[in-house]
Design a protein around this ligand. Structure first.
Ligand SMILES: Nc1ncnc2c1ncn2[C@@H]1O[C@H](COP(=O)(O)OP(=O)(O)OP(=O)(O)O)[C@@H](O)[C@H]1O
Length: 767
């Protein structure tokens, strides 16, 4: 049936026209207000000096605030103008007899004249009914408690360019056509918002209690990244009265990924949320650009095995463990204990502070502060006390000499009297000068014993310390699957020599960043004022326990949303081995929520089935296979070639066909960067009109017809079609290879081609 024949079509068209009209009206009004506020600001500036200081300032601030709000409202309304809402729910609250249709969209708009909501924000409490409610009895939580209601209708709309193209009524039994439509679409180089098709299990994550930490194990394509961003938008809307956007932060793996997700929050009407990487966050807060060894190089060193591979693997894992943090704590303790004051701080014979007192300041009274802030505090206390003491001392000297001068002046013998008075005055002058001079340098000299060493010096100090070298504690701290695993002296010695050698070359490893952040926080305090209280971490499987602990410590908050997939844990030698370990070590006490997302939305049943046949070869603890939403496509093509040239020629031909078929984004995934460069070389040799680029973690890939990406860079991204190519590098049955191939296979939305050279198909052969 064409939608135009639907009995509600006319009414829905009228409603859409009215809504657009009202948006237009509000926009017009807002633009007028915006101008008025702008003029007011100018005027307030001009009057700033003539008015009483605070009055002028308040006028300015108020107008700036209104101006910003209006500007944001305008932006939001402009964004929804062409698609004001995506669904409608008809609900009857239990305390009324009136069924109210509510139109849900990406903004909220209310008509004061009719007291009716025109658009209800998707994040509002009642909108939850759209995502989770079934026709019939429903309830939803508001800030004042649980509301009961009856849900009579759930209707989805397809609106494009302000025109109503279709609508359909849905419930649990209905196939979610809007979802199917959305998943059938084409990928570009940016992630998009999914407000109209958020699924129930995803909705639970988005709306989960902000105050409790949450870990989400989500299969590839289950929407973790998307959910992470929607959750921030939801939290800012819901808790906006208590938290500013700058109190939220999202951590993503690299710059390429940040660019990939950059549009979603602004699309959701959210601005000013920090989106960064762990490394950048650390560098910003220690005030130093670190020269790191290439972690991907090491990844492949592990793959090759042999040599020091096992010991290097130990180094990576141990540096991310709680045991490493504990050793740093012990080192910090020893630094504090070594700050044993050498005697009292005295001006002459007068004590400004006793050694015990100073030690107590540092070790007890100001223990909540970073160590060198405590030292600064002590300096300040001593200076303040000195000021008082000096004044008193000078007065005492004056009093003392005044008395003696009085006696001297009463002497009868004039020459004797003169001599005495002169001497007393000289003595007094000398003494006063000495006191002044001593006072000037006293605190500085006393405090010299607590001289500051810089971060690198302390890290080096730690690496050379006996605290690092303790062997008695195994790292049975939830990091290792074998709690009884012992750390040997040989392992620690290797870590020490390896790290000191790197430091000697002014280099560090990514694994050192947690220690650096933690030491910075404990010794000096972070360099920026960290307002962030609420943290969302994507691709969290690559984080170590220590990285998470350090973040928790520096933010002073547990409001973490941690999303990851252990099946994609290609850095598991330094990242999360099991979520239980994170629960036990980072969020102990049972307050942390743990949710599993199995449903995968990205790819077709055919592609996901093949990817699942790969991942079952991994040792991932508690592996949960991804369940694709029912969407069928072509079988993945698996082809073996005899010649590299022949393979690449076929690939180029296929890509051209795919492009002609409307596949926007196509990627070739090679196992390593070297493999990617080889593919590129062949493409250049064969020639093509397409723009082709090899991606690393820093680049933006929009604007290219074809991208070639190493398997370890591609996580998190998606493309319409993907070619997994093995020219020289094959995927073996090794754990890391299994995960790399799985990550690669879960990137396509619609089509997948596995092209390998003969003899390079080891893992594929066992499928
Ligand atoms: N409810 C939904 N409605 C429409 N599209 C969805 C929904 N959930 C996820 N998607 C789509 O599925 C794809 C995968 O989402 P996303 O990248 O957020 O998943 P992920 O769990 O982070 O994946 P991975 O771990 O494999 O990187 C995206 O194209 C996203 O738009």
């Amino acid at each position: 049936m064409t939608i135009k024949l639907h009995r509600d079509y006319g009414q829905e068209c009228t409603r859409l026209t009215e809504t657009k009209g009202y948006i237009e009206y509000v926009l017009h009004e807002s633009e007028h207000n915006e101008k008025a506020f702008r003029d007011n600001i100018k005027e307030a500036y001009a009057n700033l000096n003539s008015l009483d200081g605070s009055e002028g300032y308040i006028a300015l601030l108020t107008n700036v605030q209104f101006f910003e709000m209006t500007k944001q409202n305008i932006r939001q309304l402009q964004q929804v103008q062409k698609r004001p809402y995506f669904c409608r729910i008809d609900i009857k609250p239990d305390d009324t007899n009136h069924i109210q249709p509510l139109y849900i969209g990406k903004a909220s708009l209310f008509r004061p004249d009719t007291q009716e909501p025109v658009i209800v924000d998707w994040r509002s409490p009642v909108a939850n009914v759209y995502y989770e409610g079934r026709i019939g009895e429903v309830s939803y939580e508001t800030s004042t408690g649980t509301e009961q209601a009856e849900l009579h209708l759930k209707r989805q709309y397809t609106i494009e360019d302000g025109e109503l193209l279709d609508f359909r009524d849905i419930d649990i039994t209905t196939r979610d056509e809007l979802l199917q439509e959305s998943l059938g679409g084409s990928a570009d180089s940016r992630l998009k918002d999914i407000v109209s098709t958020i699924q129930e299990e995803q909705n639970r994550v988005i709306r989960a209690d902000m105050h409790r930490p949450m870990i989400v194990q989500g299969a590839a394509g289950s929407g973790k990244t998307t959910i992470a961003l929607h959750r921030i938008a939801y939290l800012i809307y819901t808790y906006g009265d208590r938290f500013n956007p700058d109190q939220f932060m999202i951590l993503a793996p690299h710059q390429l990924f940040l660019k990939y997700i950059a549009d979603v929050l602004p699309e959701l009407g959210v601005e000013a949320v920090r989106q960064t990487t762990y490394l950048d966050f650390v560098q910003e807060n220690i005030g130093k650009k670190l020269k790191l060894t290439d972690p991907n190089e090491r990844l492949f060193r592990f793959l090759e095995g042999g040599g020091d591979a096992e010991l290097l693997r130990f180094v990576s894992r141990f540096k991310g463990s709680e045991a490493y943090k504990q050793r740093i704590d012990a080192y910090l303790q020893s630094v504090v204990m070594r700050m044993q004051p050498e005697g009292d701080c005295k001006l002459g014979k007068r004590v400004i502070a006793t050694g015990e007192e100073v030690a107590k300041f540092i070790r007890e009274d100001y223990v909540h502060m970073p160590l060198y802030k405590r030292v600064e505090k002590v300096r300040k206390i001593l200076q303040d006390r000195l000021k008082v003491k000096k004044k008193q001392m000078l007065k005492d000297i004056h009093d003392h000499y005044d008395e003696r001068l009085e006696v001297a002046l009463s002497l009868q013998n004039p020459p004797q009297r003169k001599a005495k008075v002169v001497k007393l005055m000289d003595d007094r002058e000398k003494l006063l000068k000495r006191v002044e001079a001593d006072a000037k340098t006293l605190v500085k000299e006393y405090m010299a014993q607590f001289a500051k060493a810089d971060l690198a010096a302390h890290y080096k100090g730690f690496l050379q310390s006996e605290e690092l070298m303790q062997t008695e504690t195994g790292y049975g701290d939830g990091v290792s699957e074998q709690p009884s695993e012992q750390v040997s002296e040989q392992q620690l010695r290797f870590l020490q020599e390896h790290s000191l050698a790197l430091l000697g070359k002014k280099r560090m490893e990514l694994e050192d960043t947690a220690a650096l952040l933690y030491l910075q926080h404990k010794l000096y305090g972070l360099l920026t004022e960290v307002k962030v209280r609420n943290l969302v971490i994507d691709e969290a499987q690559d984080y170590s326990i220590f990285q998470l602990l350090a973040l928790k410590e520096v933010l002073g908050s547990e409001m973490f949303t941690v999303l990851g997939d252990l099946s994609q844990g290609i850095h598991s030698y330094r990242g999360v081995e099991s979520w239980e370990a994170v629960l036990a070590t980072v969020f102990p006490g049972g307050n942390c929520q743990f949710l599993v997302l199995e449903q995968s939305y990205r790819t077709t049943v055919e592609i996901m089935t093949l990817a699942n046949r790969v991942i079952v070869h991994s040792q991932t603890p508690g592996l949960v296979l991804a369940k694709p939403v029912v969407r069928h496509g072509d079988e993945p093509a698996q082809t073996v070639f005899a010649e590299q040239k022949e393979l690449v020629a076929q690939l180029l031909q296929d890509v051209e066909h795919l492009k002609a078929d409307g596949m926007n984004s196509v990627a070739v995934i090679g196992k390593t960067m070297a493999e990617c460069k080889l593919i590129k070389k062949w493409i250049d040799t064969l020639g093509t009109d397409m723009s082709v680029t090899v991606l690393d973690e820093k680049e933006d890939y929009s604007g290219h017809d074809l991208v070639i990406v190493p398997s370890y860079v591609v996580k998190g991204l998606e493309f319409d079609a993907v070619f997994i190519v093995s020219l020289e590098e094959e995927y073996t049955t090794d754990e890391l290879d299994v995960k790399l191939l799985y990550v690669a296979m879960t990137r396509p939305l619609h089509r997948m081609f596995v092209y390998s050279m003969a003899g390079k198909t080891q893992l594929l052969d066992v499928l």
